[in-house]
Design a protein around this ligand. Structure first.
Ligand code: KIV
Length: 274
């Protein structure tokens, strides 16, 4: 049910207005049936570029394309009636400058029906965020661990430790001042995330950033226990659907091999052709 009680699909302004009032619930989704499940409980559904790793088996998010984001965005949109849909801008689709970012953000919104886009980066993306928001494109920012920069960051490490905290704080302040309606804080020490949350006027949405952010986001396949190759330490598993699915598949295979499937009671052969 809606945290705002509005009964309509949430917009970026509704999410921004939740700061200090109600925690923001966000999950990723990449398909229509999963979007329907998430929509029942979430305020924001993110079509993350994590789709590349989670559904397509890519080694990082760098190979994700605009076409992939559009296809999955269209699928997710068909499953949503309540939550705000945010679509990630893939690597290489916005970093050249504001004009490139605007062109691709418009395409993502027009072709998927998304209410906002998300892009990675702090101070160096502030000009682009201001350009987009001034032209009707709501932006969710993303600072801290920014997976599209894995090669320059040197891995998927915690960001903002020690002296690096000042850099992260100014990144968060910069994206807020540029007009982002919310900011994802990924893999940031909990104390720093709490300080940033208190210092900026837009909601912080944490992932591996402690409990004091204004909201939380998880990759849905991780929290459902579907994705076994990679298990981030900060993700609580709310189910073990991967193990349940593997058991169901093994049971099915055993029944087929024992000629116990589909089972006499489901056979049409013995029903006189009716
Ligand atoms: O791509 C993604 O799923 C994300 C979330 C982890 C925040 O960016």
């Amino acid at each position: 049910m809606s945290a705002t009680g509005s009964g309509r699909q949430l917009m970026p302004a509704d999410i921004a207005a939740m700061k200090g009032k109600a925690p923001i619930v966000c999950l990723t989704a990449y398909t229509t049936p999963v979007a329907k499940i998430a929509d029942a409980a979430c305020d924001v559904v993110l079509v993350g570029d994590s789709v590349g790793m989670v559904l397509h088996g890519l080694p990082s998010t760098l190979g994700v394309t605009m076409e992939m984001m559009i296809l999955h965005g269209q699928a997710v949109a068909r499953g949503l009636g309540h939550a705000l849909m945010v679509v990630d801008m893939p690597f290489g689709s916005y970093e050249e400058g504001p004009a490139q970012a605007f062109r691709n953000a418009c395409r993502l919104m027009a072709e998927t029906g998304a209410g906002a886009v998300k892009l990675e980066g702090g101070r160096h993306m502030a000009e682009t965020i201001a350009f987009l928001t001034a032209r009707g494109v709501p932006v969710m920012a993303h600072v801290g661990l920014t997976p599209q920069s894995v090669n320059t960051l040197g891995g998927y490490k915690v960001q903002g430790k020690g002296a690096d905290a000042a850099r992260l704080r100014s990144d968060a302040l910069a994206v807020a001042a540029a007009g982002a309606f919310a900011v994802v804080l990924e893999k940031v020490p909990a104390k720093l995330a709490r300080e940033i949350t208190a210092a900026i006027g837009i909601p912080t949405i944490g992932i591996g950033a402690g409990v004091d952010c204004d909201g939380q986001v998880l990759v849905i396949d991780d929290m459902l226990g579907l994705f076994s190759d990679f298990r981030p330490k900060f993700v609580k598993r709310y189910a073990e659907l991967g193990a349940t699915a593997a058991e169901a598949v093994a049971n099915y295979a055993a029944e087929v091999r024992a000629r116990a499937f589909p089972g006499v009671e489901h056979s049409f052969v013995d029903e006189g052709g009716k």
